[in-house]
Design a protein around this ligand. Structure first.
Ligand code: PRX
Length: 584
C-alpha cells in the first residue's frame, strides 16, 4: 500500500532549546508506524494535537452525541458528558488559560481527585499548547513542591481541601502565577483564598469557541514525574505524537470496540491514568467510566454491574485485594458484561491470572510498559495464548531485547537487562531540566529500562525484577532517596536507608532503617511520630510502612548507604561480597 505520511509541523523554539541528541531517530525512524499515523486526524498544515485526536475529531463527526465519560462520584453522584460537550468545555478552559496569559510550552499542573473537571482542564491545557502535569491527589506538600518547582509550573488547578494541604509551600513556588480552585458542587463550605480563581466563575466568562494552538507532533504535551534510584523524581516529557500509540494499543491490546464501556482504574496522577484513562479510549471514540471513589471490592464490582463495563484495565495489587475479599463477593453481582480484562504496573502472579478465569470466566491479560515508554510495548494481546506469569510479546513495531551488562544480546531463557530499540512513537523525549540523565538511559543502541527480564524461545517476556533500588509498592514507583530525604528532616533522625520489603499484596512495602541522633531514644512513640511526620510530608502511599531503628547504617567508603546490604539482611540472604557494592 502507499504510505501517506503527513507533513510535519516545525518544532517550537522552546523545544529546539531543550532538544536532546536524537541521532538514533535518523537510523530508526517510525516507518513501521506510518500506517497508524495515517489514521490520525491531522490538522491543516500538518499539526497534531492530542486534544483534537481524543475529543474534537469525534465532536466534529458522527460521535458528537456519543457519551465520552460516565462519571460516578464518591458520594454516588453521576454525570455524563458527550464528546460534543467535552469539546465545548475544554474549549472554555483553553480560553480561561489564554486569558491568564498561558502560552505554548508553559507548564500547567493539576492536583485533583478524579473529578470531571480534571479531565476537562487537562484537555484545555493541551488545546492551548501548554504542557499538562497531573499530580497524584494523595501527595503531601513535599512531592507537590518538588514537582512544581522543577517544572516551573505557572498555573495550578486544584480543589479546596488539597489547596489547604499545600498552603505552606506556595511562597516557595516563585514561578507559579495563578491557582484555579474547583469547588465541585460547592462540596467545600470554607471561603476561598481571595488570591485564587474560581473555576466556575472563570468558565462562565470564557467563550465556547477556541482554535487549537498549532502544535506539531514533536511538541511537548504531558509530563509525569517518575522516581529513580538517586536524586529527586524526574519529569518524563511526552509529545503529541504519542497519540498514535495510545490509539493503536487501545485497539490492539485493550481490544476496544465502538460499543465498549471501558474502565481504567488508574489515577491520572500516574501515567496509566492519562495514557489509558484518557488517551487510549478517547482516541478510539470509546465511552469510559471514571470512578472517583477509592478501592473497595464491593464498590468495584458494583461499578462493573451498574455501568455494564465490557473492557477493564486494572493492576495486580487491586486484583490481589479482590482475591483476598473472597470469591463470594463477585457472585452477588452480575458481571456478565465483562468481555476483556487487562493488568499492568507490577508482576501479575500466575494465580491471579487463573483466578480471573475462575471468577470472571476469562484471564487477566498482563502487559508491560513504563512512564518513559508512554504506552504499552509488550502484551498478552487478544488472540494470543496467555502464558500466566509472562508479560507477553512486543507489540508490532516494537523491538525488545535482553542484554548483558555490555549491552550484548543474550539467548532465550537467560536473565538480563530489558531494553527497547529507541524510536517508538510514544517514547519520552527528555527528563525536564535533566538531559544528562535522559541520555544516560540510551546505551549500545538501546533504551535501558532498568528492569531485568528473560525471553523464552517463543518470544514471550518474563519479568524478573528491577536492576536498581527503585521500589514498586502497589504499582507506584518510589525512589528510596526521596523517602530518606524526608526522614532526615525529622530532628531525631541522623540517617536513613530505605528499601522495598516483599509483601504478598502490594508486592513491596517501603521499609526504613533509621539511626537516631544523640539524645533520642528508640521508643514506639518516636517511631509513630516519625511515621506520622513522613506521611504528612510525602503521602501514605510513599511513606515507610515499617521503620526499624538501628545504631548505624552500612556505608561504602565514599559514604553511600548500602541499600542492597540492608535488603539482603532483611531477607536473610547471604550478604555476599560487599566490596562489589562500593559503586552502588
Ligand atoms: O518495573 C516495571 C513495573 O513498573 C515499572 C514502570 O512503572 P511506571 O514508570 O510507574 O509506569 C507505570 C505504567 C505501567 C516497570 O519498569 N512494571 C510495569 N508493568 C509491569 C511491571 N512489572 C512486571 N510486570 C508488568 N506487567
Amino acid at each position: 500500500m502507499t504510505m501517506t505520511f503527513p507533513a510535519i509541523g516545525k518544532p517550537s523554539a522552546d523545544q529546539m532549546a531543550v532538544k536532546p541528541n536524537l541521532d538514533y531517530e535518523k537510523t530508526h525512524g517510525n516507518f513501521q508506524w506510518a500506517e497508524m499515523y495515517a489514521e490520525l486526524d491531522w490538522l491543516p498544515g500538518g499539526w497534531l494535537n492530542k486534544a483534537h485526536e481524543a475529543i474534537d475529531r469525534h465532536a466534529n463527526g458522527s460521535r458528537r452525541d456519543k457519551v465520552a465519560m460516565i462519571w460516578e462520584g464518591k458520594n454516588g453522584e453521576q454525570e455524563t458528558y458527550t464528546f460534543g460537550q467535552m469539546k465545548t468545555l475544554t474549549n472554555r478552559f483553553a480560553n480561561v488559560l489564554k486569558s491568564l496569559g498561558i502560552q505554548k510550552g508553559d507548564r500547567v499542573f493539576l492536583f485533583m481527585d478524579r473529578l470531571p473537571e480534571l479531565y476537562i482542564a487537562f484537555f484545555g491545557i493541551l488545546k492551548v499548547g501548554a504542557i499538562a502535569g497531573p499530580l497524584f491527589s494523595a501527595f503531601g506538600p513535599d512531592p507537590v513542591k518538588d514537582r512544581l518547582q522543577d517544572s516551573g509550573a505557572k498555573v495550578l488547578i486544584t480543589q479546596p481541601d488539597l489547596r489547604r494541604r499545600i498552603t505552606g509551600i506556595i511562597p516557595e513556588l516563585f514561578e507559579l502565577e495563578h491557582i484555579v480552585v474547583v469547588n465541585k458542587d460547592d462540596r467545600d463550605p470554607q471561603p476561598r483564598d481571595p488570591a485564587d480563581l474560581d473555576y466556575v466563575e472563570e468558565m462562565a466568562k470564557a467563550s465556547a469557541d477556541f482554535d487549537i494552538v498549532e502544535t506539531s507532533q514533536f511538541d511537548y504535551s504531558i509530563m509525569h514525574y517518575t522516581s529513580g534510584t538517586t536524586g529527586k523524581p524526574k519529569g518524563a516529557v511526552h509529545r503529541h505524537q504519542a497519540a498514535v500509540q495510545h490509539y493503536a494499543t487501545g485497539k490492539w491490546v485493550l481490544d476496544l470496540h465502538e460499543d465498549d464501556i471501558y474502565w481504567c482504574t488508574a489515577d491520572p496522577g500516574w501515567v496509566t491514568g492519562t495514557s489509558y484513562g484518557m488517551m487510549a479510549p478517547w482516541t478510539n471514540g470509546v465511552t469510559q467510566l471514571i470512578y472517583e471513589g477509592g478501592f473497595r471490592a464491593s464498590a468495584w464490582y458494583e461499578m462493573i454491574q451498574k455501568h455494564k463495563v465490557t473492557v477493564w484495565y486494572t493492576a495486580p495489587t487491586a486484583i490481589r485485594m479482590l482475591m483476598r475479599a473472597g470469591d463470594e463477593v463477585p457472585k452477588r453481582y452480575d458481571l456478565s458484561s465483562l468481555r476483556y480484562m487487562n493488568s499492568v504496573g507490577e508482576p501479575l502472579n500466575p494465580e491471579a491470572v487463573v483466578w480471573g478465569v475462575t471468577v470472571f470466566g476469562m484471564p487477566f491479560h498482563d502487559n508491560w510498559w513504563q512512564t518513559e515508554t508512554g504506552a504499552i510495548l509488550c502484551a498478552n494481546y487478544p488472540g494470543m495464548e496467555v502464558r500466566p506469569g509472562s508479560m507477553g510479546r512486543p507489540i508490532p513495531g516494537i523491538e525488545l531485547g535482553i542484554v548483558d551488562d555490555d549491552y550484548q544480546q543474550v539467548g532465550p531463557d537467560v536473565d538480563g537487562n530489558l531494553v527497547v530499540r529507541p524510536g517508538w512513537p510514544s517514547m519520552f523525549h527528555t527528563y525536564w531540566n535533566n538531559t544528562e540523565m535522559y541520555n544516560s538511559k540510551f546505551r549500545g543502541g538501546w533504551y535501558v529500562t532498568g528492569d531485568r527480564a528473560r525471553v523464552d524461545k517463543d518470544g514471550y517476556f518474563w519479568f524478573q525484577g528491577r536492576a536498581d533500588d527503585v521500589i514498586n509498592t502497589a504499582g507506584h514507583l518510589v525512589g528510596p532517596f526521596e523517602v530518606e530525604s524526608a526522614l532526615i528532616e525529622h530532628p531525631a533522625v541522623a540517617e536513613a536507608g530505605v528499601i522495598g520489603k516483599p509483601d504478598p499484596i502490594a508486592m513491596e512495602v517501603v521499609k526504613a532503617f533509621v539511626a537516631l541522633n544523640e539524645g533520642f531514644e528508640a521508643t514506639t512513640e518516636l517511631r509513630n511520630e516519625i511515621t506520622r511526620f513522613s506521611r504528612e510530608k510525602l503521602s501514605a502511599a510513599i511513606a515507610p510502612r515499617e521503620i526499624e531503628f538501628v545504631s548505624s547504617l552500612p556505608k561504602t567508603r565514599s559514604g553511600k548507604i548500602m541499600r542492597r546490604l540492608l535488603k539482603a539482611r532483611e531477607l536473610g540472604l547471604p550478604e555476599g561480597d560487599t566490596s562489589g557494592l562500593e559503586e552502588e
